[in-house]
Design a protein around this ligand. Structure first.
Ligand SMILES: [Mg+2]
Length: 267
Protein backbone atom coordinates (compact mmCIF):
# COMPACT_ATOMS: atom_id res chain seq x y z
CA UNK A 1 0.00 0.00 0.00
CA UNK A 2 1.14 3.56 -0.72
CA UNK A 3 1.45 5.53 2.50
CA UNK A 4 -0.70 8.26 0.94
CA UNK A 5 -3.59 5.80 0.75
CA UNK A 6 -3.32 4.96 4.44
CA UNK A 7 -6.36 5.72 6.58
CA UNK A 8 -7.40 4.36 9.94
CA UNK A 9 -10.88 4.10 8.44
CA UNK A 10 -9.69 1.14 6.34
CA UNK A 11 -9.60 -1.10 9.43
CA UNK A 12 -12.21 -2.65 11.68
CA UNK A 13 -9.86 -3.83 14.41
CA UNK A 14 -6.81 -2.26 16.06
CA UNK A 15 -4.33 -4.44 17.93
CA UNK A 16 -2.30 -2.06 20.09
CA UNK A 17 0.88 -2.97 21.93
CA UNK A 18 1.17 -1.61 25.47
CA UNK A 19 4.78 -0.98 26.50
CA UNK A 20 6.34 1.71 24.34
CA UNK A 21 2.99 2.68 22.80
CA UNK A 22 0.57 3.38 25.68
CA UNK A 23 3.05 3.44 28.58
CA UNK A 24 6.78 3.80 28.97
CA UNK A 25 8.26 2.53 32.25
CA UNK A 26 4.82 2.62 33.89
CA UNK A 27 4.27 6.26 32.90
CA UNK A 28 1.50 7.07 30.41
CA UNK A 29 2.82 8.27 27.04
CA UNK A 30 1.48 11.70 26.18
CA UNK A 31 -1.72 11.59 24.12
CA UNK A 32 -1.98 7.78 24.18
CA UNK A 33 -5.21 7.59 26.16
CA UNK A 34 -6.87 10.12 23.79
CA UNK A 35 -5.45 8.14 20.86
CA UNK A 36 -7.09 4.94 22.13
CA UNK A 37 -10.41 6.80 22.51
CA UNK A 38 -10.19 8.04 18.94
CA UNK A 39 -9.46 4.52 17.63
CA UNK A 40 -12.46 3.19 19.56
CA UNK A 41 -14.65 5.58 17.55
CA UNK A 42 -13.28 4.07 14.34
CA UNK A 43 -13.28 0.38 15.22
CA UNK A 44 -12.64 -2.20 17.92
CA UNK A 45 -9.55 -1.81 20.08
CA UNK A 46 -7.62 -4.70 21.65
CA UNK A 47 -4.39 -4.43 23.60
CA UNK A 48 -2.06 -7.14 22.28
CA UNK A 49 0.94 -7.53 24.58
CA UNK A 50 3.70 -10.06 25.18
CA UNK A 51 3.54 -9.28 28.91
CA UNK A 52 2.93 -12.59 30.70
CA UNK A 53 3.17 -11.43 34.31
CA UNK A 54 -0.47 -10.38 34.62
CA UNK A 55 -3.89 -11.89 34.10
CA UNK A 56 -6.26 -10.00 31.84
CA UNK A 57 -8.12 -8.75 34.90
CA UNK A 58 -5.01 -7.23 36.47
CA UNK A 59 -3.79 -5.96 33.08
CA UNK A 60 -7.05 -4.02 32.63
CA UNK A 61 -6.52 -2.48 36.09
CA UNK A 62 -3.03 -1.37 35.11
CA UNK A 63 -4.44 0.24 31.96
CA UNK A 64 -7.13 2.04 33.94
CA UNK A 65 -4.43 3.60 36.12
CA UNK A 66 -2.89 5.19 33.02
CA UNK A 67 -6.22 6.50 31.76
CA UNK A 68 -7.18 3.73 29.31
CA UNK A 69 -10.54 2.16 30.14
CA UNK A 70 -10.85 -1.24 28.44
CA UNK A 71 -12.53 -4.38 29.82
CA UNK A 72 -10.46 -7.57 30.45
CA UNK A 73 -12.12 -9.05 27.34
CA UNK A 74 -10.24 -6.46 25.26
CA UNK A 75 -6.85 -7.61 26.58
CA UNK A 76 -4.90 -10.22 24.62
CA UNK A 77 -1.63 -10.73 26.48
CA UNK A 78 0.70 -13.70 26.24
CA UNK A 79 -0.50 -15.40 29.45
CA UNK A 80 -4.02 -15.32 27.96
CA UNK A 81 -2.83 -16.45 24.51
CA UNK A 82 -1.06 -19.46 26.08
CA UNK A 83 -4.07 -20.28 28.28
CA UNK A 84 -6.55 -20.01 25.44
CA UNK A 85 -4.34 -22.10 23.15
CA UNK A 86 -4.20 -24.88 25.76
CA UNK A 87 -7.95 -24.75 26.19
CA UNK A 88 -8.57 -25.01 22.45
CA UNK A 89 -5.93 -27.65 21.82
CA UNK A 90 -6.59 -29.90 24.82
CA UNK A 91 -9.93 -28.76 26.22
CA UNK A 92 -8.19 -27.54 29.38
CA UNK A 93 -5.13 -29.30 30.73
CA UNK A 94 -3.01 -29.79 33.87
CA UNK A 95 -0.26 -27.17 33.88
CA UNK A 96 2.86 -26.44 35.91
CA UNK A 97 3.58 -22.75 35.34
CA UNK A 98 6.99 -21.15 35.69
CA UNK A 99 6.04 -17.49 35.83
CA UNK A 100 4.45 -14.86 38.00
CA UNK A 101 1.09 -14.91 39.79
CA UNK A 102 -0.83 -13.52 36.80
CA UNK A 103 0.13 -16.47 34.60
CA UNK A 104 -1.35 -19.01 37.03
CA UNK A 105 -4.41 -16.80 37.52
CA UNK A 106 -5.06 -16.59 33.78
CA UNK A 107 -4.47 -20.32 33.21
CA UNK A 108 -7.17 -21.10 35.76
CA UNK A 109 -9.53 -18.30 34.66
CA UNK A 110 -9.44 -19.75 31.15
CA UNK A 111 -10.28 -23.28 32.29
CA UNK A 112 -6.94 -25.04 32.72
CA UNK A 113 -5.73 -26.50 36.02
CA UNK A 114 -2.57 -25.40 37.83
CA UNK A 115 -0.94 -28.39 39.51
CA UNK A 116 2.25 -29.73 41.03
CA UNK A 117 4.97 -30.85 38.59
CA UNK A 118 4.45 -34.59 39.05
CA UNK A 119 0.88 -34.31 37.76
CA UNK A 120 1.43 -31.71 35.02
CA UNK A 121 0.97 -32.53 31.35
CA UNK A 122 2.27 -29.15 30.24
CA UNK A 123 4.89 -26.66 31.49
CA UNK A 124 4.20 -23.03 30.56
CA UNK A 125 7.02 -20.51 31.11
CA UNK A 126 6.83 -16.73 31.13
CA UNK A 127 8.71 -13.84 32.62
CA UNK A 128 9.40 -14.52 36.28
CA UNK A 129 11.04 -12.02 38.63
CA UNK A 130 10.94 -14.71 41.32
CA UNK A 131 12.55 -17.51 39.30
CA UNK A 132 14.32 -20.01 41.55
CA UNK A 133 16.22 -23.29 41.51
CA UNK A 134 13.15 -24.99 43.01
CA UNK A 135 10.88 -23.76 40.22
CA UNK A 136 13.34 -24.97 37.60
CA UNK A 137 13.60 -28.32 39.38
CA UNK A 138 9.79 -28.52 39.21
CA UNK A 139 9.86 -27.85 35.47
CA UNK A 140 12.53 -30.52 35.00
CA UNK A 141 10.48 -33.05 36.93
CA UNK A 142 7.40 -32.36 34.79
CA UNK A 143 9.35 -32.45 31.53
CA UNK A 144 11.18 -35.64 32.46
CA UNK A 145 7.72 -37.08 33.13
CA UNK A 146 6.72 -36.35 29.55
CA UNK A 147 5.10 -32.91 29.86
CA UNK A 148 5.16 -30.62 26.83
CA UNK A 149 6.79 -27.21 27.10
CA UNK A 150 5.21 -23.97 25.89
CA UNK A 151 6.67 -20.47 26.17
CA UNK A 152 4.41 -17.41 26.56
CA UNK A 153 7.07 -15.46 24.64
CA UNK A 154 10.84 -15.31 24.29
CA UNK A 155 11.46 -11.56 24.63
CA UNK A 156 15.07 -11.36 25.78
CA UNK A 157 14.76 -8.18 27.82
CA UNK A 158 12.47 -5.26 28.53
CA UNK A 159 13.37 -1.61 29.07
CA UNK A 160 13.10 0.07 32.50
CA UNK A 161 14.29 3.45 33.78
CA UNK A 162 17.30 1.61 35.25
CA UNK A 163 18.14 -0.01 31.92
CA UNK A 164 17.23 -3.36 30.42
CA UNK A 165 15.98 -6.18 32.65
CA UNK A 166 15.65 -9.91 31.86
CA UNK A 167 12.45 -10.87 30.02
CA UNK A 168 10.65 -14.20 29.51
CA UNK A 169 13.60 -15.30 27.38
CA UNK A 170 15.61 -15.74 30.58
CA UNK A 171 13.09 -18.24 32.00
CA UNK A 172 12.70 -20.08 28.71
CA UNK A 173 16.49 -20.11 28.27
CA UNK A 174 17.01 -21.66 31.70
CA UNK A 175 14.60 -24.50 30.85
CA UNK A 176 16.06 -24.90 27.36
CA UNK A 177 19.45 -25.14 29.07
CA UNK A 178 18.22 -28.27 30.89
CA UNK A 179 17.67 -29.92 27.50
CA UNK A 180 14.10 -28.87 26.76
CA UNK A 181 13.57 -26.23 24.07
CA UNK A 182 9.94 -25.01 23.84
CA UNK A 183 7.52 -27.02 21.68
CA UNK A 184 5.81 -23.76 20.84
CA UNK A 185 6.19 -20.03 21.50
CA UNK A 186 2.89 -18.21 21.88
CA UNK A 187 3.39 -14.43 21.92
CA UNK A 188 4.22 -12.00 19.14
CA UNK A 189 5.55 -12.59 16.45
CA UNK A 190 4.03 -16.12 16.40
CA UNK A 191 1.14 -17.19 14.21
CA UNK A 192 -0.63 -18.39 17.36
CA UNK A 193 -0.74 -14.81 18.68
CA UNK A 194 -2.22 -13.48 15.43
CA UNK A 195 -4.74 -16.32 15.13
CA UNK A 196 -6.01 -16.01 18.70
CA UNK A 197 -6.14 -12.21 18.38
CA UNK A 198 -8.31 -12.47 15.25
CA UNK A 199 -10.51 -15.09 16.87
CA UNK A 200 -11.07 -12.97 20.00
CA UNK A 201 -11.82 -9.95 17.82
CA UNK A 202 -14.24 -12.00 15.70
CA UNK A 203 -12.54 -11.00 12.45
CA UNK A 204 -11.73 -13.42 9.63
CA UNK A 205 -9.71 -11.24 7.26
CA UNK A 206 -6.24 -10.00 8.28
CA UNK A 207 -6.72 -6.99 5.98
CA UNK A 208 -9.35 -5.69 8.44
CA UNK A 209 -6.68 -5.46 11.17
CA UNK A 210 -4.01 -2.88 11.96
CA UNK A 211 -1.21 -3.77 14.38
CA UNK A 212 0.27 -0.81 16.25
CA UNK A 213 3.56 -1.40 18.06
CA UNK A 214 7.04 -0.12 18.79
CA UNK A 215 9.10 -3.27 18.23
CA UNK A 216 9.96 -4.42 14.72
CA UNK A 217 10.91 -8.01 15.60
CA UNK A 218 7.67 -8.70 17.47
CA UNK A 219 4.81 -6.33 16.54
CA UNK A 220 5.70 -5.58 12.95
CA UNK A 221 6.98 -9.07 12.16
CA UNK A 222 3.79 -10.70 13.52
CA UNK A 223 1.72 -8.38 11.32
CA UNK A 224 3.82 -9.24 8.28
CA UNK A 225 3.56 -12.99 8.87
CA UNK A 226 -0.20 -12.77 9.40
CA UNK A 227 -0.84 -10.52 6.40
CA UNK A 228 -1.91 -7.55 8.51
CA UNK A 229 -0.95 -3.91 8.02
CA UNK A 230 1.10 -2.29 10.77
CA UNK A 231 2.04 1.07 12.21
CA UNK A 232 5.39 1.42 13.95
CA UNK A 233 5.51 4.00 16.74
CA UNK A 234 8.86 5.56 17.60
CA UNK A 235 7.77 6.18 21.20
CA UNK A 236 9.28 2.96 22.58
CA UNK A 237 12.31 0.75 21.98
CA UNK A 238 15.20 1.57 19.70
CA UNK A 239 14.90 -0.68 16.64
CA UNK A 240 18.27 0.25 15.19
CA UNK A 241 20.18 -2.75 16.48
CA UNK A 242 19.92 -6.46 17.17
CA UNK A 243 17.14 -8.67 15.84
CA UNK A 244 15.25 -5.79 14.22
CA UNK A 245 17.92 -5.66 11.53
CA UNK A 246 17.73 -9.41 10.86
CA UNK A 247 16.94 -11.00 7.52
CA UNK A 248 13.27 -11.34 8.33
CA UNK A 249 12.98 -7.74 9.50
CA UNK A 250 9.66 -6.39 8.36
CA UNK A 251 8.73 -2.97 7.06
CA UNK A 252 5.73 -1.35 8.73
CA UNK A 253 2.95 0.02 6.53
CA UNK A 254 3.38 3.37 8.27
CA UNK A 255 5.82 4.87 10.77
CA UNK A 256 4.65 7.54 13.24
CA UNK A 257 6.15 9.22 16.27
CA UNK A 258 3.34 8.18 18.59
CA UNK A 259 -0.15 6.75 18.96
CA UNK A 260 -1.37 10.33 19.43
CA UNK A 261 0.08 11.32 16.05
CA UNK A 262 -1.40 8.23 14.38
CA UNK A 263 -4.90 8.97 15.69
CA UNK A 264 -4.69 12.66 14.89
CA UNK A 265 -3.06 12.69 11.47
CA UNK A 266 -4.27 9.49 9.80
CA UNK A 267 -8.03 9.26 10.35
MG1 LIG B 1 6.25 -2.62 22.97
Amino acid sequence: MEVNDFSLRNYRVFFIDMDGVIVRSNQPIEGASEGVKKLRELGEVYVLSNNSTRSRRSFAERLRRVGVDLPPASIINSSFIASRYLLEEFGGIDVYPVGEEGLAEELEATGNRVLEPERAEVVVAGMDRGISYDKLAGALEALNGGARFYATNTDKTFPTPEGEKPGAGATVGAITGMGFPPDKVMGKPSRVAAEIAMEVAGVSSPSDCLVIGDRVETDILMAKRAGMDSALTLSGVDNSSGDAVGAEAADPTLTVNSLAELAKEWS
